[in-house]
Ligand binder design. Sequence first.
Ligand SMILES: Cc1ncc(C[n+]2csc(CCOP(=O)(O)OP(=O)(O)O)c2C)c(N)n1
Ligand code: SF4
Ligand SMILES: [Mg+2]
Length: 351
Amino acid sequence: MTYITKPKLHHPTLPANTLGLTRRDYEGKISTLCAGCGHDSISAAIVQACWELAIEPHRVAKLSGIGCSSKTPDYFLGQSHGFNSVHGRMPSVATGANLANRELLYLGVSGDGDSASIGLGQFAHLMRRGVNMTYIVENNGVYGLTKGQFSATADAGSKSKRGAVNKDAPIDMVSLALNMGATYVARSFSGDKAQLVPLIKGALAHRGAALLDVISPCVAFNNHAGSTKSYDYVREHNDAVNRLDFMPKREAIVADYSPGEVIEITLHDGSRLRLRKLAAGHDPGDRLAAINHIQSHQARGEVVTGLLYVDPGTEDLHEHLHTVETPLNRLTEAELCPGAARLAAINASLT
Ligand SMILES: Cc1ncc(C[n+]2csc(CCOP(=O)(O)OP(=O)(O)O)c2C)c(N)n1
Ligand code: SF4
Ligand SMILES: [Mg+2]
């Protein structure tokens, strides 16, 4: 077996959320990833975000492809639905599941190989269709599971552990998502939980395609000098555009910033994002400006992080397609088969 089940015992003093659940209730099996792998920190941030939001675990559907990153849904939310799909095919499985049942919260976890190489077409179409889900790319610049080949997100000029230099231009997942029409686009770093947890909460509350590109160093194959996805490189070149506070709709705002420094955004479900501006002039409502900001800083070797773009008033795929609200598995035979007369009317309307 490649997994170890965690003991179910909880310490009696562990704090509980409004559902009476502790963080332990949001964990999964014991991780089999390398000690220090960034992906484990992202799993911990997902656990923290879902616990703080008091999400009922059975309302979440976790989806992934293939890779060390795609293994991680086994290590969090052990009481949620899960589907570990084929390499690069998570987006189509997520789209189908979402269309069949809009009542679940969809959380996709993928890797840079899974989403930027074999799954690039699927990734692009999920973003442009506005599938209502949180899509996390655990981005380490390599194929970790298959022993460290450069992935399509490896920066040109970065060096492999053996010294080979990558000559190919990188695919930047946040720029791609912005170009494809994603409506919540953020980048973070697995080593910055204070930034990552509220970004995950905001993505879960957002209606539409939410992309989180999380730089997540691979300690086995891509954490050396010369790599631009190492812990040291990202810490030294991290350029955060803002800091996010996420407030569920019930919670009062605690004013701790001067006016002018803060942008407040209300999401579809009534929860609010408060963005403390760090980069002068960065407007998270301006898609083109976000692309310019990311690319001009990237050219200087900087890793721009934070909530880069959000459109809170967007429609999702269900609204585009006018689908029924009821999950398909709850529709009755009479609803699914409206009868011969109705079918004849539809056929007549097509002639
Ligand atoms: C169709 C197919 N092609 C190739 C592979 C081999 N393979 C498994 S995982 C992987 C890359 C994973 O890289 P990434 O998504 O970045 O995940 P990481 O391990 O780095 O987290 C590849 C090429 C496969 N499993 N299936
Ligand atoms: S090989 Fe890399 S990506 Fe895979 S578990 Fe180890 S450190 Fe993480
Ligand atoms: Mg990878």
